[in-house]
Design a protein around this ligand. Sequence first.
Ligand SMILES: Cc1ncc(COP(=O)(O)O)c(C=O)c1O
Length: 344
Amino acid sequence: MTDLVDLRSDTVTRPTREMRAAMAAAEVGDDVYGEDPTVNALEERVAALFGHEAALFTPTGSMANQIALQLLVPPGEELLCDADAHIVTYEVGAAAAFGGISTRTWPAVGADIDVDAVAAMVRPEAGYHAVPTRAIAVEQTHNRAGGAVLPLPTLRGLRRVADAHGLALHCDGARIWNAHHADGVPLETYGRLFDTLSVCLSKGLGAPIGSLVVSSAERIARARVVRKRLGGGMRQVGVLAAAGDHALTHHLGRLPDDHARARRLAEALTPFGIVDAARVRTNIVALDLTKSTVDAPGLVAAARERGVLIGALGPRFARLLTHLDVDDAGIDRAIDVLTAILRG
Ligand SMILES: Cc1ncc(COP(=O)(O)O)c(C=O)c1O
């Protein structure tokens, strides 16, 4: 598998030798008792990065999102989000199945959120006549929108809407690290805009596992209960937290390399009319194959035969992601392979 260029996702990375050494050396304890010093240190570090009081380590981003949503929205009440958001697309109905949460979506617009339109969706308390809106969720960066970065003024606008209506604001920040580099917005500035965030260590940062819910001390105390209820109470997971800590120290700063490689890939594919390189700002290149001679399964299969792995998210929608395990030579190869296929 080593000679394949794997652009299916930024989750396919393998821990580096140095990361494995950090994991092996981690001090551990039983985290369900709150006694794993490495987990505790990671939680404190990440909370501080986002200007919040506390954080909670979870095995996955999906669990971090769902814990946060359960904190913000009581059963039978409502969350607003984008129709293409990960939480309503790829978390297999968890908000409904586990939280009894009703979701209502605005049309998939990626980063181009119309704040007034979201405000108009908010349903006030109406006794037993309607579902009351309790929270708004956004995704930074937006996965299905090609890693689009939600601009700070938009997020501030949504914060104002939330405050005006007494709602909570959640960020699925699986790739907030990429947004931070792309727009130069401090993590703390993002953090302070949201009541809860989920942030992920196992995507661009290259850890094998791990996300965190970030919020107030009071909410994180409740989050610990929800995590346990979902079966996410873990034991000596300092070995995993050490990987995340290593990733923050050594891999956060290199994300601009991934962005530059994604841009180079997009520039090579722009002449085929399937992507606009000017819109590629982070590590995701989304290909719109509606007008192309090749569809997504066709492109995936042809590329795989030539050693390049890409993902199909729909019949005419494909996705390529750059990450820690793809270097410049890998990008050159992907460009050669994909342009040859697209030329037909
Ligand atoms: C935007 C976004 N949020 C959340 C997740 C969920 O992360 P996990 O796969 O760790 O559950 C993903 C996973 O790809 C994602 O892309």
